[in-house]
Design a protein. Structure first.
Length: 158
C-alpha cells in the first residue's frame, strides 16, 4: 500500500506483543539529521510505549545511509539484540547517487536478513523531496520510525 494511502503511525495495538523482555539495536544515519532524528524519536518512543526498557534500546550513529549496512551487521554479530532497526533518509538529487545508495542499502539489509539470525528492520526513507521526507518522519503521513519499531517488536517475537 502506498504511504499516501496509509498513515505510518497507525497500527492495531492489540496485535503488538509486549516488548519488556526484548533488547533492540538502532543504527541511525547522521545525514539529513532533521529527518533521521525524528525517525529515531518515533522509534524509541514507540518501543518504550510497548514496554521496552530504555536501557535495552541501544543507539549507534553512522555518517550516512550506505554505512547503515555495516552498522547493522556489527550489531547483529556482536550485540545480542532481538532485532535491529536501521534509520536513514535519502532524498533524490540531480545525480544517480540516490539510486546507488538506495539499491546498495536495500541489497545489504536484504542480505543480512537472509543470512543472519537477527531481524533487521528497513527504515530507510527514499523520497524525491525534503517535504516528502518530512511528511513521513512525524508529519502528515505519520512516522516511519513508529512503523519500524512495531515491525521490530513483531519480528523479535516471530
Amino acid at each position: 500500500m502506498a504511504t499516501a494511502l496509509h498513515n505510518l503511525s497507525d497500527y492495531d495495538l492489540s496485535k503488538v506483543p509486549d516488548a519488556s523482555n526484548m533488547c533492540f539495536g538502532i543504527v541511525v544515519a547522521e545525514w539529513n539529521p532533521e529527518i533521521t532524528g525524528a525517525l529515531l524519536n518515533g522509534a524509541v518512543s514507540t518501543l518504550e510505549k510497548h514496554g521496552a526498557l530504555p536501557e535495552n534500546i541501544h543507539v549507534k550513529t553512522v555518517p550516512g545511509s550506505f554505512e547503515l549496512i555495516y552498522g547493522a551487521r556489527q550489531m547483529v554479530l556482536n550485540g545480542g539484540y532481538d532485532a535491529v532497526i536501521i534509520l536513514g533518509s535519502v532524498i533524490r538529487g540531480e545525480t544517480p547517487h540516490f539510486d546507488y545508495i538506495c539499491q546498495g542499502v536495500t541489497f545489504g539489509i536484504s542480505r543480512l536478513n537472509a543470512t543472519q539470525g537477527t531481524p533487521v528492520i528497513y527504515g530507510l526513507l527514499t523520497t524525491d523531496t525534503l517535504e516528502q521526507a518530512q511528511k513521513r518522519s512525524g508529519g502528515k503521513l505519520g512516522n516511519k520510525g513508529d512503523e519500524c519499531a512495531i515491525d521490530a517488536i513483531k519480528m523479535a517475537k516471530f
